[in-house]
Design a protein around this ligand. Structure first.
Ligand code: PHE
Length: 351
């Protein structure tokens, strides 16, 4: 075998050994580069006689072409291997089972909210909505809270670093009562013509469910919690209507008639008289214990006036309850914070 054949074999072996395109380009340089073995052979032609130059030159060129075609072949092989590797890496196994979307569920407090809305809805109550950032007037003043009332303090109420048009600090509403004020005032504005004519206006019957905020945190208080307040104002609405409506609500909410209600005298600036509502189950794990579920009372004349109505003519009641508390009682949960931790192990139980 002549030396040129050996050179071709060596190039073939070198190219085959190159596993990456970069290695192949290095191998190419060793044969066809400026100082490569083929190039050196061609340079050697210079010293030969013209006749020898021709035959030797032709032989070397043939070997060079052979090496170039070996190189091209190997380049193609490597490119194909790279393509195959990529295709394999991106392969989709269509026989694998699909990834399913998890089945979600309503949050237990949302369920309670929906139950409350459904029960009061069936008694003819509308559902109000309103902003969570409120003005001082809506959160306190309209509700007959004196300027120095402790509920207004920074220890009780979260303030927002922003003021209203009159320069008073805005707050995160500490109860849902402002929604009742907004609703009542809108209702009154809608019936301004009747009021001007001295005619009676349709009754206000509304519940206001939503998020509320107070500076408070322990097993039964969360800085963000829920309230649902109710308001019924008319020419002839009395405390006995409050008792009837709220008893009916509790029986339907807890799905039992074996339930006692107690209206315990209390104080709220926005109602007079005021009462705390306690319930006691005749049966079940909470049997016999008085559990506080709501604040309530006859709406204070100043508040009725702030609604834009004449307190000599319009009268009614309001109540406010905690859907979080109600949810705890209904499902036997003993720490309110569990509702807001977002722990799926807890929440899944209500799915
Ligand atoms: N707004 C009261 C509170 O947050 C609850 C309440 C509403 C009490 C209506 C009486 C009447 O404490």
């Amino acid at each position: 075998m002549n030396a040129l054949d050996d050179l071709i074999d060596a190039a073939r072996a070198d190219f085959a050994a190159a596993a990456q395109p970069a290695e192949l380009e290095d191998a190419k340089a060793r044969y066809l580069g400026k100082t490569g073995r083929v190039t050196e052979l061609l340079k050697g032609l210079a010293v030969l006689a013209p006749q020898d130059k021709k035959t030797r030159g032709a032989e070397i060129n043939q070997a060079k072409q052979r090496i170039e075609s070996l190189l091209a072949e190997r380049r193609e092989q490597l490119a194909e291997a790279e393509l195959a590797r990529q295709l394999h890496a991106e392969a989709l196994d269509v026989t694998l089972p699909g990834r399913r979307r998890g089945v979600g569920g309503l949050h237990p407090v949302s369920r309670t909210m929906q139950r409350i809305e459904a029960i009061f809805g069936s008694m003819g109550f509308d559902v109000a909505d309103g902003p969570e950032i409120e003005t001082d007037w809506m959160s306190f003043t309209a509700l007959n809270n004196p300027e120095n009332h402790p509920a207004r303090s920074m220890q009780d109420t979260f303030y927002v670093d922003m003021k209203d048009a009159e320069g008073r600090w805005l707050n995160l509403r500490p109860h849902t009562s402002p929604m009742q004020v907004r609703y009542a005032r809108a209702h009154v504005a809608r019936h301004a013509d009747r009021i001007a004519r001295g005619e009676a206006i349709p009754e206000i019957r509304v519940i206001a469910p939503g998020r509320t905020y107070r500076v408070d945190s322990d097993a039964t208080h969360s800085p963000m919690f829920h309230q649902c307040e109710g308001l019924w104002i008319g020419e002839n609405v009395s405390f006995k209507d409050l008792k009837a409506v709220f008893s009916d609500f509790c029986r339907r909410f807890f799905e039992t008639d074996d339930l006692e209600l107690r209206f315990r005298p209390s104080f709220f600036p926005f109602t007079e008289p005021s009462a705390e509502v306690d319930i006691a189950f005749a049966d079940g794990p909470l049997k016999g214990a008085w559990l506080e579920v709501a604040g309530s009372g006859q709406v204070h004349p100043n508040v009725v006036r702030n609604f834009g109505l004449d307190p000599e003519r319009y009268i009614g009641f309001a109540f406010g309850m905690g859907p979080d508390r109600l949810t705890m009682l209904r499902y036997g949960v003993n720490d309110m914070r569990l509702f807001f931790d977002g722990d799926l192990r807890f929440l899944r139980q209500f799915r």
